[in-house]
Every structure is written in structure tokens, then in C-alpha cells.
Design a protein around this ligand. Structure first.
Ligand SMILES: [Fe+2]
Ligand SMILES: [Fe+2]
Length: 263
């Protein structure tokens, strides 16, 4: 059995903290799993981490902000690594509404989320966080159709959901701390795992979707699965541009898994 992963609360900008952990991926390294707190006038929690973190997630959240102050819980998509502590957060955040899409609401309803705690927002629409508005954006790479990212025009921060994630050999404080070739290989590897449909897409249309990110001119990319990346947008976009032509991912089978466990 692996030990319970650690979670750290790290300031990224004056008004954003990352609540981050690293999950081991046997045979492939580690994967960052990040939630974020945006201390706007109407504060936002972006995702709620994997359930395996349990109380440790709540404690990290409480170091970043009093959960009772949260007004929005933005769920990039309802995968288990993003909604694992949602019920516990909702209990401590009685005013908070869960921001998602129509499909996300359907999936969350199956997990027991009542409709009166939901706020629907589509890409292109924006969320009122008090002194400013945050723009919902469709990430160019995703593993669930309801995936929605978040762009803060006032700070240039792009919360990109699973997009721009990377399988890395070891944890790192920032994406800039990873050797460029390891970052590139890790990003392409993650993209082939998380979005196998990339191999089938029209390359020109895919480049257009990457250009849409470039047009936002994000200063910081805050992915759910990458350490914070400042002033690296062109590099990250360049890495992703090559993912559709990388070899498709085939996961280990049972025999390979047993070998890994034995090792
Ligand atoms: Fe996902
Ligand atoms: Fe994810």
C-alpha cells in the first residue's frame, strides 16, 4: 500500500494559493494534482482534490481561507481527482454554489449534489467574483466534455483543468524547475493518456484551439496536473502542439501490473 499523499498549500500569486499533491503513477513517475483558492471579494475554490487526501485537504484549505467565506466552488470537471472532497467542502461552505455546466450538473447530480447548490456557466460566459469577472474557457485538451477552464484577465492566470498536465519523473515546485525535454515528454505523455482522441483530430483545427489560448495571453498557466507555470505559455503550447503525432498510449496489462507490484 502507498502512504496517504501529502498536500501543500503554496502561494502562487498574492491572491491565489495552490493546494497541491503528487500522486504516484507506477511506471510513469508522478502526477501533480492541484486545487486552487482565489481570494477574490467573492472567493473561489477551483476543484476539491482527490478523496484520498481526506481531512488533509480540508486542513490545507483552511490554511488558505476560512471555507465559510467561499462563494464559488468551480469544478473544472467532475473526475474523482477534482471532486473527491466536494461533500466535505460544501458542509463547511454553506453559501458556496458549485459552478459547472449542464452536463457537469448531471454527473454531479448522480453523486448527490442538489440542483440548488449549482450555478451553470458555459465557456464564453463570466463569473462575478466581486471586484472583477472571471471568464469560462474551453480547454483545447480535455478528458470530459464538460471540462471548463477559467481565465482571470486582471492577473493573466489561466486555470486550465487537465490541459497542460505532465507526467514527471519527480515532484517540482514550478514547471520552470523541470528540464525542458522532461517537461515536453511528460506533457505529451499525459496528453496521450488523458486525451486519446487527439490522434484523430484535424491538426489545423487543433492548432486553432491552441491559438485561442495564446490569444488570451496568459501570464500564468495553473493546470490541475502541472506545477505552476509562469511566463511559459509559448513553451507549453508548443509542447502540446506535437501531442497528436506522438505514439498512442497503451496502458500496462495485468501481467505488467503484477510485475510492477512485485518490484
Ligand atoms: Fe480529468
Ligand atoms: Fe484531472
Amino acid at each position: 500500500m502507498t502512504a496517504q499523499p501529502m498536500i501543500t498549500q503554496t502561494p502562487v500569486t498574492p491572491d491565489v494559493d495552490a493546494l497541491g499533491t503528487w500522486l504516484p503513477v507506477p511506471g510513469y513517475g508522478v502526477l501533480a494534482v492541484n486545487a486552487f483558492v482565489i481570494r477574490a471579494t467573492r472567493p473561489v475554490l477551483v476543484d476539491t482534490g482527490p478523496a484520498v487526501l481526506g481531512d488533509a485537504f480540508i486542513q490545507a484549505l483552511e490554511r488558505a481561507i476560512d471555507p465559510a467565506r467561499l462563494e464559488w466552488i468551480w469544478l473544472t470537471h467532475p473526475d474523482p481527482d477534482h471532486v473527491g472532497n466536494l461533500a466535505a467542502v460544501l458542509q463547511r461552505a454553506p453559501r458556496a454554489r458549485v459552478v459547472t455546466t449542464f452536463l457537469g450538473m448531471g454527473k454531479l447530480g448522480l453523486l448527490g449534489l442538489p440542483v440548488d447548490r449549482v450555478h451553470l456557466l458555459n465557456p464564453g460566459q463570466s463569473l462575478d467574483v466581486g471586484e472583477r469577472r472571471l471568464l469560462a474557457v474551453a480547454p483545447p485538451v480535455f478528458d470530459a466534455p464538460e471540462s471548463t477552464g477559467l481565465f482571470d484577465p486582471s492577473t493573466g492566470a489561466l486555470f486550465s483543468a487537465d490541459c497542460f498536465g505532465a507526467l514527471l519523473p519527480a515532484p517540482a515546485a514550478g514547471a520552470a524547475d523541470v528540464a525542458p525535454e522532461l517537461l515536453r515528454a511528460g506533457m505529451i505523455g499525459w496528453a496521450t493518456v488523458d486525451a486519446p482522441w487527439l490522434h484523430r483530430v484535424d491538426r489545423g483545427r487543433f492548432r486553432e484551439s491552441l491559438q485561442a489560448v495564446a490569444d488570451l495571453q496568459p501570464k500564468r498557466i495553473l493546470s490541475s496536473h502541472l506545477p505552476p507555470a509562469s511566463n511559459m505559455t509559448a513553451t507549453l503550447l508548443g509542447n502540446l502542439a506535437d501531442a497528436p503525432d506522438a505514439p498512442p498510449f497503451v496502458g500496462p496489462d495485468q501481467a505488467a501490473l503484477e510485475q510492477m507490484l512485485a518490484a
